[in-house]
Design a protein around this ligand. Sequence first.
Ligand code: 13P
Ligand code: SF4
Length: 311
Amino acid sequence: MDIIQEIKKLKKQKNAIILGHFYQLPEIQDISDFIGDSLALAQQAEKTEADLIIFAGVSFMAETAKLINPTKKVILPDLNAGCSLADSCPAEDFKNFKVKYPDHLVVSYINTTNAIKALSDIICTSSNALAIINSFPKEQKLIFAPDKNLGNYLNKMTGRNMVVWPGACHVHKRFSLERILQIKEENKEAKIIAHPECEPEVLIVADFIGSTTSLLNFTKKDNSNIFIVATETGILHQMRKSNPGKTFIAAPPDDATCACNDCFFMKLITLEKIYKSLVTENPEITLDIETADKALIPIRRMLDLSEKLGL
Ligand code: 13P
Ligand code: SF4
């Protein structure tokens, strides 16, 4: 069986769309109808006329697509594709944390559960976080959750003093500054580019910091020929496709024996699981209605503001 042809056939038969994140395996990126970062994927989920959404990504992304499309079937080919960053912010703990700051509004990163979204005033992604935060008056006190590195970076960029939840992503917190600098030493002309979820010591040496989309765009515009990329390795596929002739080196993790710069959760999605989920229309994302109603409000605010700002 030619699995790619079968996937294409089933997609057509069922009016299905595959939405894929940049951290997916190359072969999955290549069969996706749309490939993007978490903001672009949420926007695409809002626009789609497909009846069936196959989400090649992780649970918070598929759940966001379902929040936006409550009447459509949203499938996550492996329900174990979670997110360590979302897990680092349990709802009960966050609720207790939030009561300590009664005059603060909550800006949450999209990498959260719906229970956290339901406790938030607005959602952001790494693509629109600066604009979302700057949309509040300077004197408005804010909590930022759950990524501490992104929150601290945003505080630095905006001159604010947001209270930051101490969460982190297991991939981005493990890049080794020492090993990155060693590669830079061997490739002096290389530019270091990093996602803002990386530790501050990595961000300090980065020539450019941005979301996955802006990192990709930077590699297209910049005239450097070598890039050391400090984010999940999946994005290198798009960088190589968009920039034939340029060299991309995945920033290494602190342990030379592990592939910790691969997101274990993202890599749970395979072509076989996508094929199976198209056949069975399972496993389907289902949401608790009460939580979903509350979680949709800050998601809508993010989408509306992003549209207004042309993001
Ligand atoms: P973006 O897709 O928003 O750049 O976020 C990266 C990420 O960590 C997704 O899991
Ligand atoms: Fe979550 Fe990190 Fe994986 Fe992104 S890379 S899905 S933040 S665990």
